[in-house]
Ligand binder design. Sequence first.
Ligand SMILES: Nc1ncnc2c1ncn2[C@@H]1O[C@H](COP(=O)(O)OP(=O)(O)OP(=O)(O)O)[C@@H](O)[C@H]1O
Ligand SMILES: Cc1ncc(C[n+]2csc(CCOP(=O)(O)O)c2C)c(N)n1
Ligand SMILES: [Mg+2]
Ligand SMILES: [Mg+2]
Ligand SMILES: [Mg+2]
Length: 322
Amino acid sequence: MTDGPASGTDTVRTLGEFGLIQQVTAGRAQPPTTLLGPGDDAAVVAAPDGRVVITTDALVEGVHFRLDWSTPRHVGRKAVAVNLADIAAMGAVATSVVVALACPPDTPASVAAELMDGVAAEAARAGVGVVGGDMVRAENVVLSVTALGDLGGRAAVPRSGARPGDIVAVCGRLGWAAAGLAVLGRGFRSPVSVVNAQRCPDPPYASGPEAARAGATAMIDVSDGLLADLGHLATASDVGIDVRTDRLAVAERLVDVGTALGADPLHWVLTGGEDHALAATFPSFADLPEGWVTIGSVVLPDTGVTVDGTPYRRESGWQHWS
Ligand SMILES: Nc1ncnc2c1ncn2[C@@H]1O[C@H](COP(=O)(O)OP(=O)(O)OP(=O)(O)O)[C@@H](O)[C@H]1O
Ligand SMILES: Cc1ncc(C[n+]2csc(CCOP(=O)(O)O)c2C)c(N)n1
Ligand SMILES: [Mg+2]
Ligand SMILES: [Mg+2]
Ligand SMILES: [Mg+2]
């Protein structure tokens, strides 16, 4: 083990745990909320609002990403983005993350560094500090992120606040990551727009707090699929939701990819996860902030989630272990 600078042939084993930590933490900027950053037993962060929003999601090689489909930088960015989307879905602004990286001993040190560069890049894009982490050996690459956020004096927007008569709206893309997954799964690498959407989402972080300020009654990010995640919201709120397909714009690019692969692009829009759009309910159409599009309505609980008034006949989204 050495603690010196990494060379092109270094693996995480030859560079060593502390050499790697030194490499990925050196010179990283921190926002003002970071009172004590990486290097001690734990970090210390300010909680300006007096409350802390906290969430965690892990990405596992072979389950959430493949390193022959995505660059390590994409994977690092995605690990942060999926967590920042959960903070946004509460109506909060993310402030800091901690990141655990697990990888096999023969992982090139450059791959580990690129994974953590992606983490740092997505965090920096959102003004979020990487305030600590962990490095451990494992059979596969795993990135486990915990994110903290700040509500800025507002109430959190829970999944449970939707009421019959509310409208349902979304902000952000739907179906793109699923189209990318279908493309990659068939061995193709283009069109790059959908492939890149699968490699790393672009969640509308600022739209979560904007929705909260506009009076959103319930909110969730779309990680598993629109119908599946609206199902979580409907269950938590004890309501039904009807989605109108004439309100869901299916992008021309998704239509083209669907035609090329013999797949239904509307199914990707309705059930594809991993774009991390935000879905929320609002008391009226007049409340919708910029970027939000009405896609349906909240109804009485007896019907669950329906599409144009009818139960959806296929799987409504991703489930681990099934
Ligand atoms: N091991 C666990 N212990 C305690 N709570 C958990 C555990 N796993 C999940 N939860 C909680 O269950 C709820 C649903 O978790 P889930 O992971 O589905 O949410 P999500 O992160 O929004 O979705 P996704 O993981 O698809 O991004 C969350 O409140 C989460 O904190
Ligand atoms: C290699 C590979 N195979 C399959 C998928 C598809 N996939 C994995 S997890 C998930 C939903 C969100 O997961 P979670 O609930 O853990 O946030 C989806 C749609 C992928 N991205 N990569
Ligand atoms: Mg989760
Ligand atoms: Mg979520
Ligand atoms: Mg999540």
